[in-house]
Each structure stands twice: as structure tokens, then as C-alpha cells.
Design a binder for this molecule. Structure first.
Ligand code: GDP
Ligand code: MN
Length: 391
């Protein structure tokens, strides 16, 4: 789950990190009031779950409160398209109005969970700002990466080392060190998967403030943070992905046309490979999980079928605790709710109550092809695909 910039800055500020003065606004009038209270030049920032706003018209400077009202009015209610969104963009329903700072330097600072290293990694660069992706690509030596030992945690000497590597002036080293320690504390305590401050602003009077803030939270740890879960803005998510989240289904939309319904993440990956080997592409990753019931399976079917790019569905179930007959009944429930959609469904079912499941499906009205193994599944996908394109 992602936070908005204003929510992320609130979290940083509570954790002892300085952020610019400002407030979120949902209307141009509210933006005007915030700017009047600030009483200085302001920056108006579209609040969307995507970066690249600076390059795409989502960040605007304004000299006074009336100008803030004007730009807020222009931004609010539009959809912002940035290099990190699809071409349909994301809706701008709020703006963050902040004091404009006198910037002397833009640094980059981030922490991510690095799966391959098995721990948190701090990343920092003196060349922060809007072109940091390019810095990482063309001059990777300017991006310092520092793994954190999970047994001993983040150590102050590591922060000092980073500060020296980055060539910060002595005045800033102490401040940077305490900021870094606070940042890692925030990262761990909130079960973040990502925190990123870009730019970390050095002002001309040598203060250090978080000019921007991106926070990603580990979905699997959200149950421990009901207060954070309440910050979710589902309007910013892909609608099918937010439906899936509601029902506890792991779902990621992809760009192929074979909808996949699977139990278990490993099997889901293998199923995507099979789809590719059949010369097709998966339209999604979907794992209903091991303890799904009929309703959850029905929701999963509905999510897959609601994706208009899906031309074939591949159901690959290894029945265990989740019995195949339950999957079959759930599939029928789901398909019945979308009677206008009739895409062919290829089903491979093994394990607990597989015979019963297959029987339920073959006696149903569903457009199913039952197969016994993955090779047959690949063949069936190929033939449904070709019969489609020739018809
Ligand atoms: P992003 O493009 O979505 O990452 O949005 P950012 O919040 O990082 O803003 C992009 C750029 O806008 C920053 O790198 C700054 O150069 C500029 N910017 C943001 N806030 C201020 C500010 O208060 N004053 C000035 N002068 N520039 C700002
Ligand atoms: Mn940024």
C-alpha cells in the first residue's frame, strides 16, 4: 500500500524529521486559506500515488495565495499523467500547499527492503532531484548503497559514513546523522517496504528538510497497523487491484490476455510460465490463497473476467485445504454473475476432490476445457487462442 506525500510527511514529522510547513487541501478555497496562513510563496503539489510529478506539471510554484488558488483550481479534478502512470493517469483529488523553500542542494535518500540481500538497504546520493533515475543508470557510482545488518540494526557510524561519502559540510553531518537514524526507525516501526526522500533539501541557510516523501507499506504487515490501513486511498489504485485487496486476493494486472486463477504463489508463477510457453501472455498474477471459500473464488473469477483484455482463462488448482469442488462451485458462482461474458476457460485440477470438481464443471453451463497436465493446458490455450483469432 502506498501513502500520499502529505501522509508520508506527517509520518516523517512525527518521527522527528523536518518537513516544510504546509497542509493538504481538497478545494481551491482551502488551498487559498492554507497559503494565506503560510504567508510566503508556496508550492502546490498534486497528491497522487506516482512520482515524476515535477516533470509532468504536477508541481507548481505560486507567488501568493491567489496564485495558489488558481493553480489548485487547475490541478484539482484532473488526471495527472506522469512517466510512472499509465496513459490514463491518476486522479488529482487533493493538493499539498507548502512554503516554497530556498533550495541550495537536492540530495537523495531512500531505504528499501532488498530481498536478494535479505535485509534493508539505505541508498543515498548528492545528486538527488528529478533526474535521480538517470543518475542511477549512467553514473551508478554516485549512488551509495549501504546494507543494514538485521541483527544489529542501523548504526550511527553508518550514517556518518554516508554523510562523508556524500561530501556534506560539517554543519550538516550531525543533522544528517540524526535524520538517518530517525528515518530507519520510522521504516522499521511502520513495516515499510520503501521510504524515499527525494529531494532531501539543503536550504541556502543550511537546513535539511524532506522536500518530498514516498512511503510504501508492506501489505502483509498492515494488520499490525490499522491506523495506517485507514490512510489507504483506493481511488489511486487500479480498480481491479483494489477489489482484490478487499477480498484478500493477491492480484497484479499484467499486459497479456490469458487470465490466470491459481492457488499458491509458486504455482501462480509456474502457470504464468506455461502461458508464455504456449505463446500467449498472462493477463494477471492471481493467487486465491490456500484457505479460499466459494465466495472468494467467485470474486477472483469476477476480477479476472472484468478485465476486458482477457480472452482465455486458465485455472490451475492443486487441491489441498482448498478443495477442488469448492473451486468449481466458486467458479460457477462467479461466471453466473457476469452472464454477458463468455470466454473459454481451461481447467487443470488435481488433488483433494479433483474428480468431484471436474464433474461439477463438466455438468455446468461453463465454457470449460478440462485438461490433465500443464502440457495439455498449454495446448488448450493455443487452440482456444487460434480458434478465437480465426473466428
Ligand atoms: P516528484 O517529481 O513527483 O518527485 O515531485 P517532488 O516533490 O520531488 O518535486 C519535484 C521538484 O520540484 C523538486 O526536485 C524540486 O526541484 C521542485 N520543488 C519541490 N518543492 C519545492 C520548493 O519548495 N521550492 C522550490 N524552489 N522547488 C521545489
Ligand atoms: Mn520527488
Amino acid at each position: 500500500m502506498k501513502l500520499h506525500e502529505y501522509q508520508a510527511k506527517d509520518m516523517l514529522s512525527k518521527g522527528g524529521i523536518k518537513v516544510p510547513e504546509g497542509q493538504v487541501a481538497y478545494t481551491a478555497e482551502e488551498a487559498y486559506r492554507v497559503a494565506s496562513q503560510l504567508g510566503v510563496g508556496s508550492v502546490v503539489k498534486a497528491q497522487v500515488h506516482a512520482g515524476g510529478r515535477g516533470k509532468s506539471g504536477g508541481i507548481k510554484l505560486a507567488r501568493n495565495a491567489s496564485e495558489v488558488r488558481e493553480v489548485a483550481d487547475l490541478l484539482l479534478g484532473t488526471r495527472l499523467v506522469t512517466p510512472q502512470t499509465g496513459e490514463e493517469g491518476v486522479p488529482v483529488s487533493s493538493v499539498l500547499v507548502e512554503e516554497a523553500l530556498d533550495i541550495s542542494q537536492e540530495l537523495y535518500l531512500g531505504i528499501v527492503v532488498d530481498g536478494s540481500l535479505g535485509g534493508d538497504v539505505v541508498m543515498a546520493s548528492v545528486s538527488g532531484g528529478m533526474d535521480v533515475e538517470e543518475v542511477a543508470e549512467s553514473t551508478p557510482e554516485k549512488l551509495y548503497k549501504l546494507p543494514i545488518d538485521p541483527m544489529i540494526g542501523f548504526q550511527p557510524f553508518q550514517a556518518r559514513r554516508l554523510a562523508y561519502l556524500m561530501g556534506l559540510t560539517p554543519n550538516l553531518i550531525r543533522e544528517f546523522t540524526s535524520l538517518m537514524i530517525n528515518l530507519h526507525k520510522i521504516f522499521s516501526e511502520n513495516d515499510c517496504s520503501l521510504v524515499e526522500i527525494n529531494p532531501l533539501i539543503v536550504t541556502s541557510d543550511e537546513r535539511l528538510l524532506a522536500g518530498d516523501a514516498k512511503i510504501g507499506l508492506d501489505d502483509d504487515a498492515l494488520y499490525r497497523h490499522p491506523d495506517l490501513l485507514a490512510l489507504n486511498d483506493s481511488e489511486q489504485e487500479e480498480p481491479l487491484e483494489s477489489d482484490a485487496r478487499k477480498f484478500g486476493i493477491s492480484y497484479i494486472r499484467l499486459d497479456g490476455d490469458v487470465g490466470c486463477l491459481v492457488n499458491g504463489a509458486g504455482l501462480a508463477m509456474a502457470t504464468m510460465d506455461i502461458t508464455r510457453s504456449a505463446g500467449a501472455g498472462p493477463a494477471n498474477f492471481l493467487d486465491v490463497g490456500g484457505s479460499a471459500d466459494e465466495n472468494k473464488v467467485a470474486e477472483a473469477v469476477k476480477i479476472i473476467l472484468s478485465d476486458s483484455s482477457v480472452k482465455t482463462v486458465l485455472v490451475n488448482i492443486f487441491g489441498g485445504i482448498l478443495r477442488c469442488d469448492v473451486v468449481a462451485r466458486g467458479m460457477i458462482l462467479g461466471v453466473e454473475e457476469l452472464p454477458h461474458i463468455n470466454v473459454p476457460i481451461v481447467v487443470r485440477m488435481l488433488g483433494t476432490n479433483a474428480e468431484e470438481g471436474r464433474d461439477i464443471l463438466s455438468r455446468s453451463e461453463l465454457n470449460v476445457t478440462l485438461v490433465d497436465d500443464m502440457a495439455q493446458a498449454a495446448e488448450a490455450i493455443k487452440s482456444t487462442k487460434y480458434s478465437k483469432s480465426s473466428g
